[in-house]
Design a protein around this ligand. Structure first.
Ligand code: 5GP
Ligand code: ZN
Length: 114
């Protein structure tokens, strides 16, 4: 998508701190971290949110969750624990309309974060 922020990150038009990448996904550090570890996992195919899942294959979707686990491992929080969040729509305060999964950890999580 031409003006989608995360598509622009995928194209390298906007710099990002890469954490992990595979055929279907890209993961990078959130610019405004809400926890000691805060990364975003995105599919390389643009869909707006979980409501747009029809635009992804099951393989692409599964790859997102595998990537979340891999990011947690690479960031060293897989044993200590982490949270995966995907905000969908206005009431969830979704601000970037390209499906993404927040991977949060590195500290005790209290209230809903991200
Ligand atoms: P949302 O509110 O849509 O669930 O999450 C969007 C996330 O994207 C926010 O946590 C925000 O900090 C992050 N974000 C927004 N713009 C940028 C950017 O240019 N680079 C990076 N790395 N993260 C961004
Ligand atoms: Zn996009």
């Amino acid at each position: 998508m031409e003006n989608c922020l995360f598509c622009r990150i995928l194209r390298g038009e906007i710099p990002s701190a890469k954490v992990y990448e595979d055929e279907f996904t890209y993961a990078f550090r959130d610019i405004n971290p809400m926890a000691a570890v805060h990364c975003l996992v995105i599919p390389k195919t643009h869909v707006d949110s979980l409501n747009g899942l029809d635009g992804l294959t099951d393989r692409q979707l599964a790859a997102c969750l595998h990537a979340c686990r891999e990011v947690a491992r690479l960031e060293g929080v897989d044993k200590s624990g982490y949270r995966v969040v995907s905000n969908c729509g206005d009431d969830a305060c979704q601000s970037v309309h390209h499906l993404h999964f927040h991977v949060l950890g590195g500290q005790k999580m209290h209230e809903a974060m991200a």
